[in-house]
Design a protein around this ligand. Structure first.
Ligand SMILES: Nc1ncnc2c1ncn2[C@@H]1O[C@H](COP(=O)(O)OP(=O)(O)OP(=O)(O)O)[C@@H](O)[C@H]1O
Length: 321
């Protein structure tokens, strides 16, 4: 411990980085210039009958092109709010939200329609929301291409739809109606529908929420194939924190903010190791995990010390006040 340069003691503890109310925060310039998805200090406030609910309170997120990322968090943490914004269904109250270079706060109605048709594809939890029940698998995949005027005529659309279904391993569902497919097959056809117009990003809201774990594995494998073979960026929202075994990076959301990230890397012996990181926001705020705080009885203040290669965090000593 000795020899480390002490951090100047701040009278108000670790939260000192918070700018005073009414002052604009002096923020570092936004990084992630080449990010496929960039959310910076994203805020969404719902107002119902005079009551305000802050669903997102300064959420930061950067997703690079080609990443396969899961967003996890408890019920009410803001996952669906974030996904609705990224999919162009909802507009944030403040902050920055950019996907594939499109500014989601300022786009016109026409740009929004084009964005939803061609830049992003989505897969919802309810299979009935993804597929039209009176169209076959192949026809469902052809529909978005027809609506966007793509695919080079009926024959071209037909061929591309079959190609996508084959790539995802569900070519046998091409001529079946959704009611003639299993839940897992329906979700895999839904992935093909989401990919139909060659989007840069696919967004999935609990895509395996209604499936057993074996079937969920198949749906994840199909998403992974799309991600790898078509180089599409994939973001999946889920309650299931076991999902970190199946994606490159897991981003945890708590109370409308990104709170932790789990990264997967291969160790020297080839074993895959998942490591959890706390997320540092742009002004240097850090949310300590509640169980760490509880076990060391950290409450209002902590002591910090800068060491050569880390920062030490200690509970307040009795009599410090
Ligand atoms: N349309 C709305 N009007 C008012 N409040 C809303 C609305 N939609 C969401 N909220 C509130 O915003 C907060 C975040 O909700 P959100 O649905 O994004 O959470 P979630 O993490 O997706 O939850 P779940 O996993 O249960 O779907 C919650 O407090 C919720 O009650």
């Amino acid at each position: 411990m000795d020899g480390g340069a002490p951090i100047p003691k701040s009278p108000s503890g670790v939260d000192d980085a918070t700018p005073p109310e009414g002052c604009s925060a002096r923020r570092a310039p936004v990084s992630g210039e080449n990010a496929q998805i960039l959310c910076d200090n994203l805020v969404r406030i719902y107002k119902t009958e005079g009551v305000e609910v802050v669903a997102l309170q300064g959420l930061d997120l950067i997703v690079e092109p080609g990443e396969f990322v899961a967003i996890v968090g408890a019920s009410g943490s803001g996952k669906s709010t974030l996904l609705n914004i990224l999919s162009g269904l909802d507009v944030p109250t403040a902050g920055v939200a950019r996907v594939a270079g499109v500014d989601l706060l300022t786009m016109t109605a026409k740009e929004r329609l084009a964005y939803r048709r061609e830049t992003v594809g989505f897969i919802w939890q309810q299979t009935s929301r993804n597929l039209l029940p009176y169209l076959t698998g192949r026809e469902n995949v052809m529909l978005p291409m027809r609506l966007a005027g793509r695919g080079g005529g009926r024959r071209g659309r037909n061929a591309r739809a079959q190609e996508l279904l084959d790539l995802l391993g569900i070519g046998h569902c091409a001529d079946r109606l959704p009611a003639e497919m299993s839940g897992g097959e329906q979700q895999q056809v839904a992935i093909a529908v989401a990919l139909a117009n060659e989007p840069q990003v696919v967004l999935a809201d609990e895509p395996t929420g209604e499936l057993d774990s074996d079937t969920a594995d198949q749906v994840f494998a199909a998403l992974r194939r799309a991600n790898r073979e078509l180089a599409v960026t994939a973001v999946i929202v889920t309650h299931d924190d076991q999902v970190s075994n199946r994606v490159d990076r897991t981003v945890g959301i708590r109370d409308g903010r990104t709170s932790s990230e789990t990264l997967r890397r291969a160790a020297e012996d080839g074993e895959i190791i998942a490591e959890e990181y706390a997320v540092l926001d742009r002004v240097g705020r850090l949310q300590l995990p509640r169980d760490f705080m509880n076990s060391l009885r950290m409450e209002r203040r902590v002591r910090l010390k800068l060491e050569r290669d880390h920062i030490g965090v200690w509970p307040e000593r009795p009599g410090d006040a």
